[in-house]
Design a protein around this ligand. Sequence first.
Ligand SMILES: *Cc1c(COP(=O)(O)O)cnc(C)c1O
Length: 354
Amino acid sequence: MEIDIRKAAQLKEKPTNVAGLGFGKAFTDHMFIMEYDAGVGWHDARIQPYSKLEIDPASAVLHYAQEIFEGLKAYRTAQNEVLLFRPQDNAARLNISARRMVMPEIDPAFNVEAMKKLVDLERDWVPRAEGTSLYLRPTMIADGAELGVHASKRYLYYIICAATGMYYTKGFAPIRIYVEDNYVRAVRGGVGGAKTGGNYAASLRASEEALEKGYNQVLWLDAVERKYVQEVGAMNMMFLLGDTVCTAPVDGSILDGITRRSILQLVKDMGYKVEERPISIDELYAAGESGMLKEAFGTGTAAIITPVSEFCYKGRCLVLNGGKIGALTQKLYDTLTGIQRGDLADPYGWTVRV
Ligand SMILES: *Cc1c(COP(=O)(O)O)cnc(C)c1O
Protein backbone atom coordinates (compact mmCIF):
# COMPACT_ATOMS: atom_id res chain seq x y z
CA MET A 1 0.00 0.00 0.00
CA GLU A 2 1.23 3.46 -0.91
CA ILE A 3 1.27 6.18 1.74
CA ASP A 4 -0.10 9.40 0.32
CA ILE A 5 1.43 12.54 1.83
CA ARG A 6 -0.67 15.69 2.22
CA LYS A 7 1.39 18.40 3.82
CA ALA A 8 -0.02 21.04 6.16
CA ALA A 9 -0.24 24.48 4.54
CA GLN A 10 0.83 26.15 7.76
CA LEU A 11 3.19 24.73 10.37
CA LYS A 12 2.77 25.19 14.12
CA GLU A 13 5.31 27.00 16.21
CA LYS A 14 7.66 24.45 17.76
CA PRO A 15 8.09 24.54 21.53
CA THR A 16 11.31 26.20 22.68
CA ASN A 17 11.69 24.49 26.07
CA VAL A 18 10.82 20.85 25.39
CA ALA A 19 12.45 19.59 28.61
CA GLY A 20 9.92 21.57 30.63
CA LEU A 21 7.01 20.50 28.44
CA GLY A 22 5.93 17.39 30.25
CA PHE A 23 4.57 14.35 28.47
CA GLY A 24 2.43 14.11 25.33
CA LYS A 25 1.11 17.65 24.97
CA ALA A 26 2.89 19.35 22.06
CA PHE A 27 1.50 17.53 19.03
CA THR A 28 3.23 17.89 15.70
CA ASP A 29 1.90 19.15 12.35
CA HIS A 30 0.96 15.81 10.79
CA MET A 31 -0.54 12.42 11.57
CA PHE A 32 -0.63 9.06 9.83
CA ILE A 33 -4.09 7.61 9.32
CA MET A 34 -5.78 4.74 7.48
CA GLU A 35 -9.15 3.06 7.49
CA TYR A 36 -10.34 -0.53 7.63
CA ASP A 37 -13.55 -2.02 6.35
CA ALA A 38 -14.50 -5.66 6.71
CA GLY A 39 -14.18 -7.35 3.32
CA VAL A 40 -11.90 -4.57 2.04
CA GLY A 41 -9.04 -4.49 4.52
CA TRP A 42 -6.88 -1.47 5.33
CA HIS A 43 -7.11 1.33 2.80
CA ASP A 44 -6.42 5.02 2.17
CA ALA A 45 -3.14 5.13 4.08
CA ARG A 46 -2.00 8.73 4.26
CA ILE A 47 -0.07 11.30 6.21
CA GLN A 48 -2.20 14.41 6.58
CA PRO A 49 -2.28 17.56 8.69
CA TYR A 50 -2.94 16.81 12.39
CA SER A 51 -6.66 17.29 12.79
CA LYS A 52 -9.71 16.30 14.80
CA LEU A 53 -11.36 13.00 13.94
CA GLU A 54 -14.92 12.89 12.79
CA ILE A 55 -16.53 9.82 14.30
CA ASP A 56 -20.15 8.80 14.71
CA PRO A 57 -21.56 9.20 18.25
CA ALA A 58 -22.51 5.51 17.98
CA SER A 59 -18.90 4.46 17.23
CA ALA A 60 -18.12 1.18 19.00
CA VAL A 61 -14.99 2.59 20.67
CA LEU A 62 -17.07 5.16 22.55
CA HIS A 63 -19.43 2.57 23.99
CA TYR A 64 -17.55 -0.69 24.31
CA ALA A 65 -13.92 0.48 24.44
CA GLN A 66 -12.66 -1.57 21.51
CA GLU A 67 -9.33 0.26 21.36
CA ILE A 68 -5.62 -0.52 21.45
CA PHE A 69 -2.52 1.61 21.35
CA GLU A 70 1.26 1.66 21.37
CA GLY A 71 3.96 4.02 22.60
CA LEU A 72 7.49 4.50 21.32
CA LYS A 73 10.03 7.25 20.97
CA ALA A 74 12.30 8.86 18.39
CA TYR A 75 15.54 10.46 19.56
CA ARG A 76 17.94 12.95 18.00
CA THR A 77 21.60 11.97 18.21
CA ALA A 78 24.56 14.30 18.70
CA GLN A 79 25.24 13.77 14.95
CA ASN A 80 21.71 15.02 14.19
CA GLU A 81 20.41 11.64 13.13
CA VAL A 82 16.95 10.52 14.20
CA LEU A 83 16.59 7.06 15.75
CA LEU A 84 13.48 5.06 16.57
CA PHE A 85 13.81 2.55 19.41
CA ARG A 86 12.70 -1.01 18.56
CA PRO A 87 9.71 -0.01 16.39
CA GLN A 88 9.37 -3.59 15.07
CA ASP A 89 8.63 -4.72 18.62
CA ASN A 90 5.81 -2.18 18.92
CA ALA A 91 4.38 -3.22 15.56
CA ALA A 92 4.42 -6.88 16.65
CA ARG A 93 2.86 -6.10 20.03
CA LEU A 94 0.10 -4.04 18.43
CA ASN A 95 -0.95 -7.19 16.59
CA ILE A 96 -0.96 -9.20 19.84
CA SER A 97 -3.28 -6.58 21.37
CA ALA A 98 -5.36 -6.59 18.15
CA ARG A 99 -5.92 -10.34 18.32
CA ARG A 100 -7.03 -10.15 21.97
CA MET A 101 -9.45 -7.29 21.22
CA VAL A 102 -10.75 -8.85 17.95
CA MET A 103 -9.32 -6.04 15.83
CA PRO A 104 -7.60 -6.27 12.44
CA GLU A 105 -3.85 -6.77 12.37
CA ILE A 106 -1.46 -4.53 10.45
CA ASP A 107 1.49 -5.82 8.48
CA PRO A 108 4.38 -5.00 10.88
CA ALA A 109 6.74 -3.96 8.07
CA PHE A 110 4.13 -1.56 6.71
CA ASN A 111 3.45 -0.20 10.18
CA VAL A 112 7.16 0.51 10.76
CA GLU A 113 7.33 2.17 7.35
CA ALA A 114 4.40 4.40 8.35
CA MET A 115 6.16 5.37 11.58
CA LYS A 116 9.39 6.12 9.75
CA LYS A 117 7.68 8.19 7.05
CA LEU A 118 5.81 10.24 9.64
CA VAL A 119 8.90 10.83 11.81
CA ASP A 120 10.88 11.72 8.71
CA LEU A 121 8.33 14.40 7.83
CA GLU A 122 8.33 15.66 11.45
CA ARG A 123 12.07 15.37 11.99
CA ASP A 124 12.44 19.03 12.97
CA TRP A 125 10.18 18.25 15.93
CA VAL A 126 12.58 15.67 17.39
CA PRO A 127 14.31 17.45 20.27
CA ARG A 128 17.86 16.80 21.43
CA ALA A 129 18.00 18.05 25.04
CA GLU A 130 18.59 15.48 27.79
CA GLY A 131 15.41 13.62 28.71
CA THR A 132 13.52 14.77 25.61
CA SER A 133 12.22 12.85 22.61
CA LEU A 134 9.44 12.66 20.07
CA TYR A 135 6.79 10.34 21.46
CA LEU A 136 4.73 8.34 18.95
CA ARG A 137 1.28 7.11 19.86
CA PRO A 138 -0.06 4.56 17.35
CA THR A 139 -3.77 4.03 18.09
CA MET A 140 -6.50 1.79 16.68
CA ILE A 141 -10.18 2.40 17.38
CA ALA A 142 -13.38 0.61 16.40
CA ASP A 143 -15.39 3.02 14.33
CA GLY A 144 -18.48 1.01 13.30
CA ALA A 145 -21.67 2.92 14.13
CA GLU A 146 -23.85 0.17 15.62
CA LEU A 147 -24.84 -0.33 19.24
CA GLY A 148 -25.05 -4.14 19.10
CA VAL A 149 -22.27 -5.72 21.16
CA HIS A 150 -19.95 -7.44 18.69
CA ALA A 151 -16.62 -6.76 17.05
CA SER A 152 -16.85 -3.69 14.82
CA LYS A 153 -16.68 -3.90 11.03
CA ARG A 154 -14.85 -0.58 10.67
CA TYR A 155 -11.63 0.63 12.24
CA LEU A 156 -9.32 3.61 12.18
CA TYR A 157 -5.60 3.38 12.75
CA TYR A 158 -3.61 6.54 13.32
CA ILE A 159 -0.24 7.64 14.62
CA ILE A 160 0.22 10.99 16.34
CA CYS A 161 3.49 12.42 17.67
CA ALA A 162 4.31 14.80 20.49
CA ALA A 163 7.54 16.52 21.45
CA THR A 164 8.05 15.32 24.97
CA GLY A 165 10.12 16.13 28.06
CA MET A 166 10.43 14.14 31.27
CA TYR A 167 7.41 12.04 32.23
CA TYR A 168 7.60 13.07 35.88
CA THR A 169 7.89 16.74 36.74
CA LYS A 170 10.96 16.00 38.89
CA GLY A 171 12.72 14.17 36.03
CA PHE A 172 14.90 11.17 36.85
CA ALA A 173 14.14 11.09 40.56
CA PRO A 174 12.79 8.43 42.92
CA ILE A 175 9.05 8.00 43.28
CA ARG A 176 6.93 6.67 46.16
CA ILE A 177 4.64 3.75 45.42
CA TYR A 178 1.41 2.67 47.08
CA VAL A 179 0.87 -1.10 47.04
CA GLU A 180 -2.80 -1.48 46.17
CA ASP A 181 -4.61 -4.08 48.27
CA ASN A 182 -8.20 -3.11 47.48
CA TYR A 183 -8.60 -2.50 43.73
CA VAL A 184 -7.18 -4.82 41.05
CA ARG A 185 -6.08 -4.08 37.49
CA ALA A 186 -6.14 -7.33 35.56
CA VAL A 187 -6.66 -11.05 35.93
CA ARG A 188 -5.15 -13.95 34.05
CA GLY A 189 -7.41 -14.58 31.06
CA GLY A 190 -8.45 -10.92 31.05
CA VAL A 191 -6.96 -8.12 28.96
CA GLY A 192 -4.00 -7.18 31.17
CA GLY A 193 -1.62 -8.42 28.48
CA ALA A 194 -3.14 -6.15 25.82
CA LYS A 195 -2.28 -2.47 25.54
CA THR A 196 -5.89 -1.35 25.64
CA GLY A 197 -7.42 1.81 27.06
CA GLY A 198 -9.86 0.00 29.34
CA ASN A 199 -7.00 -1.15 31.56
CA TYR A 200 -6.18 2.47 32.21
CA ALA A 201 -9.78 3.51 32.82
CA ALA A 202 -9.98 0.73 35.41
CA SER A 203 -6.82 1.97 37.12
CA LEU A 204 -7.67 5.66 37.59
CA ARG A 205 -9.64 5.31 40.83
CA ALA A 206 -6.71 3.66 42.61
CA SER A 207 -4.21 6.19 41.18
CA GLU A 208 -6.31 9.11 42.41
CA GLU A 209 -6.56 7.68 45.90
CA ALA A 210 -2.83 6.95 46.00
CA LEU A 211 -2.09 10.54 44.88
CA GLU A 212 -4.28 11.86 47.68
CA LYS A 213 -2.21 9.81 50.12
CA GLY A 214 1.01 11.30 48.72
CA TYR A 215 2.14 8.47 46.43
CA ASN A 216 3.07 8.87 42.76
CA GLN A 217 1.98 5.46 41.50
CA VAL A 218 0.18 2.26 42.40
CA LEU A 219 1.79 -1.19 42.46
CA TRP A 220 -0.80 -3.77 41.48
CA LEU A 221 -1.05 -7.15 43.15
CA ASP A 222 -2.44 -10.22 41.42
CA ALA A 223 -6.23 -10.25 41.45
CA VAL A 224 -6.67 -13.80 42.80
CA GLU A 225 -4.47 -14.06 45.88
CA ARG A 226 -3.67 -10.34 46.27
CA LYS A 227 -0.17 -11.47 47.01
CA TYR A 228 2.11 -11.33 43.97
CA VAL A 229 3.40 -8.05 42.56
CA GLN A 230 2.42 -7.32 38.96
CA GLU A 231 3.26 -3.90 37.54
CA VAL A 232 2.92 -0.17 38.11
CA GLY A 233 0.78 2.17 35.99
CA ALA A 234 2.53 2.09 32.63
CA MET A 235 5.68 0.39 33.90
CA ASN A 236 6.91 -3.09 34.59
CA MET A 237 8.67 -3.49 37.95
CA MET A 238 12.13 -4.88 38.67
CA PHE A 239 13.77 -5.68 41.98
CA LEU A 240 17.45 -6.19 42.73
CA LEU A 241 17.50 -9.00 45.30
CA GLY A 242 21.12 -9.71 46.21
CA ASP A 243 22.77 -10.02 42.79
CA THR A 244 19.61 -11.17 41.02
CA VAL A 245 17.24 -8.95 39.07
CA CYS A 246 13.71 -10.26 39.62
CA THR A 247 10.55 -9.33 37.74
CA ALA A 248 7.04 -10.71 37.37
CA PRO A 249 6.56 -13.21 34.52
CA VAL A 250 4.62 -12.30 31.37
CA ASP A 251 1.57 -14.45 32.17
CA GLY A 252 -1.24 -12.57 30.43
CA SER A 253 -2.01 -10.25 33.34
CA ILE A 254 0.85 -7.80 32.80
CA LEU A 255 2.05 -6.00 29.71
CA ASP A 256 5.07 -7.47 27.91
CA GLY A 257 7.11 -4.26 28.04
CA ILE A 258 9.75 -3.51 25.43
CA THR A 259 11.76 -1.53 28.00
CA ARG A 260 11.44 -4.59 30.29
CA ARG A 261 12.85 -6.80 27.53
CA SER A 262 15.70 -4.38 26.89
CA ILE A 263 16.62 -4.08 30.57
CA LEU A 264 16.59 -7.85 31.11
CA GLN A 265 19.04 -8.17 28.20
CA LEU A 266 21.28 -5.41 29.59
CA VAL A 267 21.44 -6.81 33.13
CA LYS A 268 22.20 -10.32 31.83
CA ASP A 269 25.07 -8.87 29.83
CA MET A 270 26.28 -6.97 32.91
CA GLY A 271 26.58 -10.31 34.71
CA TYR A 272 23.50 -10.23 36.90
CA LYS A 273 21.26 -13.23 37.32
CA VAL A 274 17.73 -12.73 36.05
CA GLU A 275 14.59 -14.36 37.39
CA GLU A 276 11.16 -13.94 35.83
CA ARG A 277 8.95 -15.43 38.49
CA PRO A 278 6.08 -14.61 40.84
CA ILE A 279 7.37 -12.36 43.65
CA SER A 280 5.14 -11.93 46.67
CA ILE A 281 4.83 -8.64 48.47
CA ASP A 282 5.72 -10.47 51.71
CA GLU A 283 8.97 -11.69 50.15
CA LEU A 284 9.80 -8.11 49.14
CA TYR A 285 9.14 -6.73 52.60
CA ALA A 286 11.18 -9.52 54.23
CA ALA A 287 14.02 -8.88 51.75
CA GLY A 288 13.74 -5.17 52.46
CA GLU A 289 14.11 -5.77 56.17
CA SER A 290 17.03 -8.19 55.80
CA GLY A 291 18.87 -5.89 53.39
CA MET A 292 18.57 -8.32 50.44
CA LEU A 293 16.32 -5.94 48.49
CA LYS A 294 18.78 -3.36 47.29
CA GLU A 295 16.94 -1.49 44.56
CA ALA A 296 13.57 -1.32 42.82
CA PHE A 297 12.71 0.47 39.60
CA GLY A 298 10.01 0.68 36.97
CA THR A 299 10.60 0.26 33.23
CA GLY A 300 8.48 1.77 30.45
CA THR A 301 8.83 3.90 27.33
CA ALA A 302 7.32 7.03 28.90
CA ALA A 303 9.86 7.42 31.74
CA ILE A 304 12.37 4.72 30.61
CA ILE A 305 13.60 3.86 34.14
CA THR A 306 11.95 5.14 37.28
CA PRO A 307 13.74 4.65 40.60
CA VAL A 308 11.56 3.73 43.57
CA SER A 309 12.47 5.08 46.99
CA GLU A 310 9.58 3.77 49.01
CA PHE A 311 6.68 1.33 49.09
CA CYS A 312 3.67 1.51 51.36
CA TYR A 313 1.66 -1.68 51.92
CA LYS A 314 -1.16 -1.89 54.45
CA GLY A 315 0.27 1.09 56.33
CA ARG A 316 3.83 -0.32 56.45
CA CYS A 317 6.51 1.72 54.72
CA LEU A 318 9.58 0.21 53.15
CA VAL A 319 12.33 2.70 52.28
CA LEU A 320 14.92 1.52 49.75
CA ASN A 321 18.58 2.48 49.54
CA GLY A 322 18.08 5.35 52.00
CA GLY A 323 15.64 6.95 49.56
CA LYS A 324 18.40 7.52 46.99
CA ILE A 325 18.76 6.29 43.40
CA GLY A 326 20.51 2.91 43.39
CA ALA A 327 23.78 2.33 41.50
CA LEU A 328 22.29 -0.28 39.16
CA THR A 329 19.20 1.84 38.49
CA GLN A 330 21.42 4.78 37.55
CA LYS A 331 23.69 2.61 35.39
CA LEU A 332 20.74 1.11 33.52
CA TYR A 333 19.22 4.52 32.92
CA ASP A 334 22.52 5.85 31.59
CA THR A 335 23.12 2.77 29.43
CA LEU A 336 19.66 2.48 27.91
CA THR A 337 19.19 6.20 27.29
CA GLY A 338 22.77 6.27 25.94
CA ILE A 339 21.88 3.61 23.36
CA GLN A 340 18.55 5.25 22.53
CA ARG A 341 20.15 8.68 22.02
CA GLY A 342 23.03 7.28 19.99
CA ASP A 343 25.64 8.28 22.60
CA LEU A 344 26.57 4.63 23.20
CA ALA A 345 27.09 1.82 20.68
CA ASP A 346 24.04 -0.35 20.04
CA PRO A 347 25.31 -3.94 19.85
CA TYR A 348 21.72 -5.25 19.89
CA GLY A 349 20.44 -3.55 16.74
CA TRP A 350 17.65 -1.90 18.72
CA THR A 351 17.82 1.51 17.11
CA VAL A 352 16.42 2.15 13.63
CA ARG A 353 17.60 5.18 11.73
CA VAL A 354 14.92 7.33 10.12
C1 LIG B 1 3.06 0.36 27.79
C2 LIG B 1 2.98 -0.31 29.12
C3 LIG B 1 4.13 -0.76 29.80
C4 LIG B 1 5.54 -0.50 29.31
O1 LIG B 1 5.81 -1.07 28.09
P1 LIG B 1 7.03 -0.49 27.19
O2 LIG B 1 6.95 -1.27 25.95
O3 LIG B 1 8.26 -0.73 27.97
O4 LIG B 1 6.74 0.96 27.02
C5 LIG B 1 3.96 -1.44 30.99
N1 LIG B 1 2.74 -1.65 31.50
C6 LIG B 1 1.62 -1.22 30.89
C7 LIG B 1 0.31 -1.50 31.52
C8 LIG B 1 1.71 -0.53 29.69
O5 LIG B 1 0.58 -0.10 29.10
